[in-house]
Design a protein. Sequence first.
Length: 333
Amino acid sequence: MFNYCTYFDRNYLPQALSLYSSLEKNCPDFRLFALCLDEDSYQILQLLTYPKMVLIPLADVESKIPELLVAKENRSKVEYYFTLSPAMPLYIFEVYSVDFLTYLDADLFFFSDPTPIFEEMGNCSIAIIEHKLHKFFSSMLIYGRFNVGWISFRSDDEGMSCLKFWHQQCLEWCYKKLEEGKFADQKYLDYWPTLYKNLKIIEHKGANVAPWNMANYEVKKESNHIFIDNNVLIFFHFHGLKRYFSNIYSVGYRVTKVNKIARQEIYYPYINILRENTNVVNNTIERYQLSIPLLEKKDVFTDVSFTEKLKQFGSLLFRLFFSGNYVKHKLLD
């Protein structure tokens, strides 16, 4: 069995459910530990049936690791969430006695079996994936060579040593700013290849394809599979997916290149299932008459200043008439 973990609040609950469904389709023998960052997401999931999902309330982790409550008081909400990236797997190792665990960002989505990644990892204690930034995004390297979206740990001496040290580092400093070679929970990973001999950097091109690296590859479809160059797409990282209007979505950064295959075979299915899971959440709230606000189908112009609206409108025009970096799609209701 493959053990995975992720975390999310109510706003990212549709992404988490979409991640779960993609694992269920492509990785039948799995278990997903789900850290609910607020009471709303935990209450909703208790009423739904996801047999391979193990729910963990945030309070349980904070009770087990009380140092988190100190960190919670000296950083923003999103910075506290970053702080939980190593705390959550550490909690799972200790409470559930698993011997191998992979952290996943909630906005990942699997398109095929992830077994090739684990085969590439072999018996290594730690596995991480580079951003593999396209030249358009080379300036982003200052935020970290590796992406936190997928990290695997084995419960051996080196795996646990790495995880515990990362946890301690994030407790002490985990802020969304560049400072003395650090950035959030992510830039700490830059030092791991030097510190840990039994670490594997995953090379499979189909692992963690994302807006910042998609232009490196030829995206194509053959025999009902999506290929990234000559590797099957395993999972895509839908970072930065935002809605402009009812059927127009940003696909990440303004200069991201998206071809027809990527639109139709990667983004369209994900947008549809995201919409379906938003409806699942809202229908659950209404059916059980929960005292929880419905998830709003917001766009980038909702609840922002006039200046921000102008900025987003300019970004939309650039995408529509210059970069082509958008998805226009008839959504399923």
